[in-house]
Design a protein around this ligand. Structure first.
Ligand SMILES: CC(C)(COP(=O)(O)OP(=O)(O)OC[C@H]1O[C@@H](n2cnc3c(N)ncnc32)[C@H](O)[C@@H]1OP(=O)(O)O)[C@@H](O)C(=O)NCCC(=O)NCCS
Length: 150
């Protein structure tokens, strides 16, 4: 199990889900106006994943969620491309902002988001999977595409 501190849920909670629930989740998260999931493919292996979701079709902001790159694939621009895909999906589906929560002290993730134009909003909350930790809110415009060279 990699990076448990980075996510709002826990392995113990997720491993209890039944196959039928995973199937329903995969179907609803596959794509559409409310949810989209992006995979980075490395010759058939999943190198990384990121998702976007909004609660209703009227939301002007989408959330970037489930951001993860396999340890062997890091620092090769995979995370950047996944964020780029979520930002583009947000713009394509008429949102003007992308927000996210990141665990305070998760230096690689904070560096990634800062490099891609996200800024801290000043909001924070307890990490749902470990309330002793804190996560901070970051946001960026969806109307400005990510420059691959940024
Ligand atoms: C955070 C994470 C997604 C980054 O993915 P990645 O594919 O390694 O990121 P990229 O290679 O696209 O990095 C893009 C830029 O982000 C910054 N960055 C990424 N990782 C960094 C690190 N470990 N240290 C410093 N800067 C970093 C750099 O500016 C980097 O550009 P550069 O390589 O040209 O210097 C990855 O480390 C990961 O999956 N971590 C565990 C899960 C996690 O924390 N998810 C986030 C939940 S909010």
């Amino acid at each position: 199990m990699d990076s448990p501190f980075a996510f709002g849920s826990t392995y113990d909670a997720e491993v209890k889900r039944q196959d039928v629930e995973w199937s329903q989740r995969a179907k609803s998260a596959a794509g559409g106006p409310l949810r989209a999931t992006f995979f980075a493919d490395g010759d058939g292996d999943v190198l990384g994943i990121a998702g976007g979701h909004r609660d209703t079709e009227h939301d002007q902001s989408v959330d970037l969620v489930s951001m993860w790159v396999a340890p062997a694939g890091r620092r090769r621009g995979v995370g950047r491309q996944l964020v780029e895909a979520v930002v583009a999906w947000a713009a394509d589906t008429d949102s003007d902002a992308v927000g996210l929560w990141v665990t305070r002290g998760n230096a690689p993730a904070e560096a990634l988001y800062l490099a891609l134009g996200f800024v801290a909003t000043g909001e924070d909350q307890a990490l749902p999977s470990d309330p002793a930790k804190e996560e901070i809110r970051m946001t960026r415009s969806a109307l400005t595409p990510i420059n691959p060279a940024s």
